[in-house]
Write a protein that binds this ligand. Structure first.
Ligand code: HSE
Length: 306
């Protein structure tokens, strides 16, 4: 095998109460990478289709990630990467993570899988650094493993796949406005007080328990963000309007995906998710903002060869 096509999904990070540590992959939206062995000993971005990506190998998240894998393995081979970029950069749904993960996953496969999937995370993160300049692996881990994940950024990016109750769905809206993760992190406070930290701990602990017990009432009761949403919400178009609607519809939670501008709601049942999607769609349509919207289960698959 000297060529592979990889599908690498978009993802929602933070998931209300899990700033930088929770994420889930989105069904049906992702970047496609076609990776072929070349005669050179370099990684090249041969072509980018769809949304714009840097073509310089030092600046592209996919090539930087793949090169860091080759450097670690001390392998002097070259690969051409063609990217069908379907996830808009600056969307808050893991655009850079998807390309970085797709590249390391594909190159590792072409090398005969010298590393296991969970070992690829730190190389994908090298690509993520180039683009978002931040260290959390919430999007990268969601894209790599699929499903709903908890990642510990301090302990070698250890990842836990959390149980997902049947019927847990998300509605994701992506208005076509760019917010850079690096800029969206600058507006956050550098420290929080003990009460805020304690509230957030209670929320995430309750959420994890509710996943294990499939307790949607508990989920609805405890899921809140005390750390970042309040600082970012004014930069996310129509977020307050969407959040007000979500409260009137008794959704499980509604929050900003990653650093925005995408927003998402967790709901019980696919039909409810579809209904809510149409209601939120109207907000963007009425305001003449281009957008895409998705309904996804929280146990969608991660990166894969197609
Ligand atoms: N969790 C990050 C943030 C985005 O909210 O800034 C992706 O790593």
């Amino acid at each position: 095998m000297n060529s592979i096509k990889v599908f690498s999904p978009a993802s929602v990070s933070n998931v209300c109460c899990g700033f930088d540590v929770l994420g889930f992959s989105i069904d049906g939206l992702g970047d496609e990478l076609i990776i072929s062995e070349s005669n050179s000993n370099k990684i090249k971005i041969k072509r980018g289709n769809g949304y714009d990506v840097p073509l310089s190998a030092d600046e592209n998240t996919a090539s930087v990630a793949a090169q860091s894998l080759l450097d670690f393995l001390d392998i002097n081979r070259g690969f051409d990467i063609e990217i069908n970029k379907n996830i808009k950069p600056g969307s808050g749904i893991g655009s850079s993570a998807a390309s970085a993960v797709g590249a390391v996953y594909g190159v590792n496969k072409l090398l005969g899988s010298p590393l296991k999937k969970h070992e690829l995370i730190k190389f994908a993160m090298q690509g993520e650094f180039v683009s978002s300049k931040s260290a959390p692996a919430d999007n990268v881990a969601s894209c790599l493993h699929g499903g709903l994940i908890l990642v510990n950024n301090r302990v070698k990016y250890n990842v836990v796949n959390l149980p997902v109750p049947e019927n847990l769905y998300a509605v994701v809206h992506h208005p076509h406005i760019e917010i850079k993760t690096s800029e969206s992190r600058v507006i956050l406070p550098k420290s929080v007080d003990l009460k805020t930290a304690s509230d957030q701990l209670a929320s995430i602990a309750g959420f994890i328990h509710s996943l294990h017990t499939a307790d949607f009432d508990l989920m609805r009761l405890v899921l809140s963000d005390y750390l970042v949403e309040q600082y970012r919400s004014e930069h996310v178009p129509f977020f307050n309007q969407i959040k007000n609607i979500s409260e009137s519809k008794n959704v499980i939670c509604c929050s900003i995906s990653g650093s925005g501008p995408s927003v998402f709601s967790l709901v019980e049942g696919k039909n409810m998710a579809k209904k809510l999607k149409s209601i939120y769609d109207e907000v963007y349509i009425k305001n003449s903002v281009e957008f895409n919207s998705y309904v996804t289960p929280l146990n969608a698959k991660g990166v894969r060869a197609v």
